[in-house]
Design a protein around this ligand. Structure first.
Ligand code: NAD
Length: 347
């Protein structure tokens, strides 16, 4: 099979990380880059050691007939404009999380991608990690029995990003940045039940006063003065089948840092880090830990190998943008509930 020819729009942290990972997957080939800061493209091209076609305007990149797929690695607020342009030009698309900075824009992206009939997928570093995939297989095969409850959290001590205003301005925030990963993964592990209501609390206790930034750094005042999103949020999501999910996300806190998912099933329970299964055997607790190679190259092979299979063989996407929309609706409901102090019902 010919490799799928990819372009990356946004050659910052996540774009270049995925560009590097593409080098280890034979089913895809990176051929073009796009960034509003040309020096970033030049530096990455040099690192890759092979010539890239380079564009400053993503609209222009989308006219390039040699490009089959676009990886979207821009700030949250710029995901949907890039997705819309990509699918308008009948190119396949993979977007980093979150799908968007609002549920309305997320819905527009999904509708356009589905109408265009292109392969459209979320790039989810946590859901497609070997540990979560391993746990997902156990859940699907019924090893945990009926799953009726889950807890998920992503907690940093001092981890507000200080390198891109998109993170802290409206449409950014801790929940869309980190909560999204544990929310998506736990929802997927639970078998993607239909969300019906969300109750949450949240706010910003560190960011707007210049505290809690990455690695205890102090950003310039004109950065933190523009803070306009949450730096923590947490609450409960209730699903149509009666399952409950507690989810928490803190960019900064006086707590120990942790990323965790815990599943409660009638036959067994599970914890993600370290990957542990809790069972009852012969009337006694029987707990076991599982060693998984969580390397980035295994993640890359899983996600890009699957994407190429979708493009070349018409296999349905394991994580279509529509999943990103459902997760976005849950996140926005959590933040709305925090703002209004009321439970939010999902249609
Ligand atoms: N594990 C993960 O899945 C993960 C990790 C980090 C970041 N992210 C996501 O990746 C996105 C970017 O985060 P980052 O940390 O890489 O930020 P970054 O600032 O390092 O990179 C963003 C890049 O996009 C470029 N850009 C901005 N507007 C553009 C435009 N109109 N056209 C082309 N390029 C443009 C910027 O110049 C920059 O190089 C965010 O949405 C974030 O949520 C995902």
């Amino acid at each position: 099979m010919d490799p799928v020819k990819f372009a990356i729009v946004g050659t910052g942290g996540i774009g270049t990380a995925h560009g590097r990972l593409m080098q280890s997957v034979p089913e895809v080939e990176l051929v073009a880059l796009c960034d509003i800061i040309p020096e970033k493209m030049d530096a990455f091209e040099e690192e890759l050691g092979k010539p890239m076609r380079k564009y400053i305007q993503f609209e222009e990149l989308c006219q390039d007939p040699d490009i089959e797929a676009v990886f979207v690695g821009t700030p949250n607020q710029v995901h949907v404009p890039v997705i819309l342009e990509t699918v308008k030009n009948s190119k396949n698309v993979m977007s980093t999380k979150p799908l968007s900075s609002s549920k309305e824009a997320a819905r527009e992206a999904v509708e356009a991608a589905e109408a265009a009939g292109v392969v459209n997928m979320m790039s989810l570093t946590m859901r497609f990690s070997p540990s979560v995939q391993y746990l997902g297989k156990l859940c699907r095969e019924g090893d945990l029995g009926e799953m009726y409850y889950a807890r998920a959290r992503s907690i940093r001590r001092s981890g507000i990003p200080d390198w891109n205003l998109g993170f802290v301005e409206a449409g950014g925030g801790a929940f869309r940045d980190m909560g999204v990963h544990v929310l998506d993964s736990s929802w997927w592990l639970l078998g993607q039940p239909k969300p019906v209501s969300v109750t949450g609390v949240g706010g910003a206790k560190f960011g707007p006063i210049g505290k809690g930034y990455w690695d205890f750094r102090v950003p310039p005042e004109d950065y933190w003065r523009k803070y306009d999103s949450d730096d923590y949020a947490g609450g409960i999501i209730r699903f149509e089948n009666g399952t409950g999910l507690i989810v928490e996300s803190f960019w900064a806190s006086h707590q120990s840092p942790e990323v965790q998912v815990e599943l409660f099933g009638t036959e067994a329970g599970a914890k993600l880090k370290p990957l542990t299964l809790y069972k009852t055997v012969n009337g006694a607790p029987h707990d076991s830990t599982v060693e998984i190679d969580d390397s980035q190259t295994r993640y890359a092979q899983t996600i890009f190998g699957h994407f190429a299979d979708c493009v070349r063989n018409g296999t349905p996407e394991a994580a279509p943008l529509r999943h990103g929309l459902i997760v976005q609706e849950m996140m926005e409901a959590m933040l709305e509930s925090a703002l209004t102090g009321k439970e939010v019902l999902l249609p």
